[in-house]
Design a binder for this molecule. Structure first.
Ligand code: SF4
Ligand code: SF4
Length: 100
């Protein structure tokens, strides 16, 4: 089940941005299971932004150079509210027998 139950991922501008000036090439962000980053001689680069999981910010927490930033999470909350995402997720969970 898609977390956003069909809401187009490309319409949610949630993904990391790397400040190359601050990147100390620690490589922690390369552990992202979604393979959002790729490695270059200059350090990490965001190669597949829309593969980032909406709301996740693990790489920013781990980043040794504090080089990774994200938009304000309120942007995501507003989409969640205005699009009734939770109601749709609940319906889907009920359909899958995962919610009573
Ligand atoms: S926020 Fe999470 S999913 Fe997105 S790039 Fe960072 S570690 Fe990967
Ligand atoms: S985690 Fe931060 S400092 Fe480390 S390589 Fe990635 S962007 Fe650079």
């Amino acid at each position: 089940m898609a977390w956003l139950t069909g809401y187009p991922r490309e319409k949610i501008h949630w993904y990391p941005t790397v400040d190359p000036e601050k990147c100390v090439k620690c490589g922690m962000c390369m552990n992202c299971g979604k393979k959002v980053f790729e490695w270059t001689e200059q350090g990490a680069r965001v190669a597949r932004p829309y593969d980032c999981i909406v709301g996740c910010s693990t790489c920013a927490s781990l980043c040794a150079g504090k080089a990774i930033s994200f938009p304000d999470v309120e942007v995501v909350r507003e989409i969640y509210r205005s699009q009734g995402i939770w109601a749709k997720v609940k319906q889907q969970l009920i359909k899958e027998g995962k919610l009573g």
